[in-house]
Design a protein around this ligand. Structure first.
Ligand SMILES: [Zn+2]
Length: 219
């Protein structure tokens, strides 16, 4: 079960003060999908890990609303020009997927690493699963895959120990988008990224499983 608490935030872009809901505690008793999407019992915690200012569209984690927030004049301009005008389309009760999409854009304008932006798009896709929006889910999965690919294409874009898992994940994202050929290419690459064959046996098994006889859930 997910328990929420109320927090008071001040937007570092427009100085609006507002109340948001944050996660006090949660669990993952509902199992895990093969793209690592964990399910909690009852309400899902994901939408409450990101906060958004309903006046300008600035979005991020709790830290992004603290004094540590990285707010440059360029970021401010992007938020007003590109996020604020989209708020009316999103509607009054801003869904989790939109919060993560806006947070991903903010992160990109802050010059964040592809690895971090990829995580935000992946979580946007996970929210779409709960929101029942298949088209948007695929859109965000593509963006997540591209960002993970960008992270993997540079030497230090991802931790050495997580390269095999991320390579598998890119394959799984393309599989869930419906591109089986591209998915297979990525599943085939997993073996070359494995560092510790004993500890990472499960990643190889998962890649083989998803290429030959895909499942949507881990056991
Ligand atoms: Zn604001």
């Amino acid at each position: 079960m997910t328990t929420l608490k109320q927090i008071d935030l001040t937007c570092p872009i427009c100085q609006s003060r507002f109340t948001s809901h944050a996660v006090l505690s949660t669990n993952s008793f509902g199992g895990k999908r093969t793209d690592f999407h964990e399910r909690a019992a009852g309400a899902q915690p994901l939408p409450y890990l990101i906060h958004i200012c309903a006046r300008c569209g600035y979005a991020g984690g709790e830290r992004d609303f603290s004094d540590d927030a990285d707010v440059s004049p360029v970021l401010r301009e992007h938020v007003w020009d590109e996020l604020a005008p989209k708020l009316p389309e999103v509607g009054g009760a801003i869904p989790g997927s939109a919060k993560y999409e806006f947070a991903a854009k903010v992160a990109a304008w802050q010059g964040a690493e592809p690895r971090r932006i990829a995580d935000l798009y992946l979580r946007a896709a996970w929210c779409c699963v709960d929101e029942g929006d298949v088209e948007a889910e695929r859109f965000f999965r593509r963006h997540a895959a591209w960002q993970f690919e960008a992270a993997l294409s540079s030497y230090d874009g991802a931790e050495r120990e997580e390269r095999a898992v991320l390579t598998y994940l890119v394959g799984e994202l393309w599989r869930r988008v419906g591109d089986a050929a591209l998915a297979s290419e990525w599943f085939d690459r997993v073996e070359s990224e494995v560092m510790d064959p004993a500890a990472q046996r499960w990643v190889l098994d998962a890649a083989w499983q998803q290429r030959s006889c895909p499942r949507d859930w881990f056991e």
